[in-house]
Design a protein around this ligand. Sequence first.
Ligand code: UN1
Length: 525
Amino acid sequence: MAQARKAVGRTTAKKSEGAGAAKARLSVKTYHNYIDGEWTRASCGETFENVNPADTRDCIGRFPLSTVEDMSRAIDSAKNAADRWRHTPAPRRAEMLFRLGEILMRHKERFAAEMTREMGKVLKETGGDVQEAIDCTYYTAGEGRRLHGFTTPAEMPSKFAMCVRQPVGLCGLITPWNFPMAIPSWKLIPALVCGNTVIIKPAEDTPLSTYNLVKACEEAGIPKGVVNMVTGDGGTVGAALASHPAVRLISFTGSTETGRVVASACAERNAICSLEMGGKNVIIVMDDADVDLAVEGAVWGAFGTSGQRCTASSRVVVHKKVYRKFTQKLVERAKSLRVGNGADPQTEMGPVINADAVHKILGYIETGQREDGATLATGGNRLDAGEYAHGYFIEPTVFSDVAPGMRIAQEEIFGPVTAVIPTNSLEEAVEIANGVRYGLSAAIYTQDVNRAFRAMEEMYTGIFYVNSSTIGAEVHLPFGGTKATGNGHREAGTQVLDIFTEWKSVYVDYSGKLQRAQIDVVEPQ
Ligand code: UN1
């Protein structure tokens, strides 16, 4: 749960504002929570502002700064809707989701533009974010006619054994700002197709994209109470959701630190908890790699979404034989990237999300230079003049000659910063690559199939790419990571069904007599 940082707390009139600005603020739309099929204000009446990270003078909307009471009402609403939804046949539930997919497709352009405005990433990428939600919706809705269980022979004659999935119940979804429609969809759609009711608490920085998703659910005819959305401060409403005894499952994506707090709240009451957290992802570039291709992969992986993906390529481990060539080319490409407002189609990299992010990223850049003693090969500065004056812009930054143990090579920066680390061999590269606390995504660039498979086998990550960057996962394959990245679950694919259902093993004895498992052994005839 990120703090409300870009969103600047309560809404009050700014005394220093000119008449024009004050008028513009008055025309800002106020959005509501979605509870029991009604759009309602926070019970305290307070709101927070959602501002554009490329231009903080641009206020996108006011959202409810909800209270614990609002969250309780949303949970009650999900509780009341649970039985009817659970008993709605899965193929019928799925039909509504197919309708949802059509609605998302129809509004794709508007949703992408609004997402760029609230989150900052370039239009192409926000289009991809909405597309990922569409893909997830269609793919997962298909599960409404599968949701397979299995049958298996029983130990006894005249006895049938099978295993079926059952919904878990109320699901609390706590979602991040970097993929503000795709990631909520990864959780929401499977939760619904499996027959659960949900309460979503979107990130404070990007409530509009989740609002758009929830509004589309309403339009698709999903019954009242099945989907609820409560916006506000993570420490208040997020915490209330995570600790509420009626909420059977929390699915969280965000920082490893907050994830631990969420997991503890769940552990207290034996709730199911699925966590998707940080990464320190790596691209390995071998001496036989297509260097230009590897550079393109590194640029896309390190600077796409301004490096604010859990799958971002924040480390590049490069064989010494191609190290100079690769680093030079990477630096040139980083320098040439057009940074700006993501709404401009010419822009290649947008701002970072908020002031705290700027502070944290610049802090790491300073650490890289001072404490770590790495070479700042390009970038390193905040851009704040001219067109950048009102936004959170940071130059694409490359550190070279980085040693694997340095903080910039170990900790998640979540910004447009990558660390190039030299290596002598594949074995050493793999050791460096695995030598971090996270295990989300890794990639290798090589022409040698043996090396590619060796690295695939040895990398302890949830995702692995050959001759492609560390980002760009597709929705029909499981998504998630090892070590501090997660707690063993996988979203997306059919594997996500294991989060949102629980198995029920069913035994049917039609022998008409008592048959004791493990005791009444039937001899072969
Ligand atoms: C994230 O990195 O936070 O694989 C999610 C990707 C996207 C999802 C990323 N499909 O890059």
